[in-house]
Write a protein that binds this ligand. Structure first.
Ligand SMILES: *[C@@H]1O[C@H](CO)[C@@H](O)[C@H](O)[C@H]1NC(C)=O
Ligand SMILES: *[C@@H]1O[C@H](CO)[C@@H](O)[C@H](O)[C@H]1NC(C)=O
Ligand SMILES: [Mg+2]
Length: 273
């Protein structure tokens, strides 16, 4: 009779052996050290040029992590040497994978909610680079390496051709199916309501409870936080419970009331305080 070992069992016994040897290693007198593993070099490069390219990519990855964690603040343009890195990130699989993680976690969380059934649970979405992506604009202006061009961006908004971020659109559909109301709070101005409505609809966002745009009369200081958190407070005052809040900037997510949970989609292209 042949002895058959399920592959899973074999893998777990190997894992035990590995764990045991790790425990032995850490019991030895030498403290465990964190070894630096050099990142893979871009194809076609060898030797010191390959090492320099790998180090530059790692430095830009660290910069991006600093941005995403809100450790780096108040910046006006991406580091010039990270332009290629940001372009590769935005157009490669990684950006979309990172969006998918955020959307998946948000959907899993939303599914655990016990809804009251009174239609008062709301989910707040930011518009630019959350519901819609402005990648066409940024690809044309150096991925945030060139200064923000308000004239060009206004044309882009008026064009109403921004594509949806597919992972966010998918989350939006799930939330609606669960019975959660969607509210958009955007830094776009109220005079941009018409193209914004047109763009949201053509991108697949067919319904919403409210679309809040920034009053043109509003004079903001250095931060959009009072405006965005103030609009969330108005929702709460009107009887909504903000169960979730998603944006690409930390200024979408901080400031009471934040919402029961916040979700950040990646954006290494620009900073809005
Ligand atoms: C900003 O955009 C406008 C409209 O597309 C363009 O005419 C202008 O040259 C741009 N300015 C800069 C500094 O790139
Ligand atoms: C506006 O749309 C037209 C036609 O689709 C396109 O050629 C043009 O580049 C767009 N302009 C901006 C600023 O997005
Ligand atoms: Mg945004």
């Amino acid at each position: 009779m042949a002895l058959r070992i399920p592959r899973g069992a074999l893998a777990s016994s190997l894992l035990v052996v590995l764990l045991v040897s790790l425990v032995h290693a850490t019991n030895a007198r030498e403290p465990p050290r964190l070894e630096m593993v050099t990142s893979a070099a871009p194809p076609g490069l060898t030797g010191s040029r390959a090492r320099a390219a790998a180090a530059a990519a790692a430095a830009c990855a660290s910069w991006r992590l600093g941005v995403e964690t809100n450790n780096i603040r108040g910046w006006y343009s991406i580091p010039a040497e990270c332009r290629g890195y940001v372009s590769d990130y935005m157009f490669g699989d990684r950006f979309r994978q990172d969006c998918a993680v955020a959307a998946r976690e948000a959907a899993a969380y939303a599914e655990t909610l016990e809804l009251a059934g009174d239609g008062r649970e709301a989910w707040v979405f930011d518009v630019d680079d959350t519901a819609l992506t402005n990648l066409p604009y940024y690809a044309d202006t150096g991925f945030g390496a060139q200064p923000y061009n308000a004239t060009y961006f206004d044309e882009y908004v008026a064009n109403a051709t921004a594509p949806p971020l597919p992972e966010v659109l998918e989350l939006y559909e799930k939330l609606l199916a669960l019975g959660i109301k969607v509210v958009f709070i955007t830094g776009r101005h109220d005079y941009q309501r018409e193209p914004t409505v047109k763009n949201l609809r053509s991108a697949g966002y067919h319904t919403w409870e409210k679309l809040v745009l920034k009053p043109s009369s509003l004079r903001l200081g250095s931060s959009v936080v009072p405006y965005k958190s103030g609009e969330r407070q108005k929702l709460v005052d009107a009887g909504y419970r903000i169960v979730g809040n998603m944006g690409d900037q930390w200024s979408d997510l901080v400031g009471t009331p934040e919402g029961d949970r916040t979700f950040k989609v990646p954006d290494p292209m620009y900073y809005v305080g």
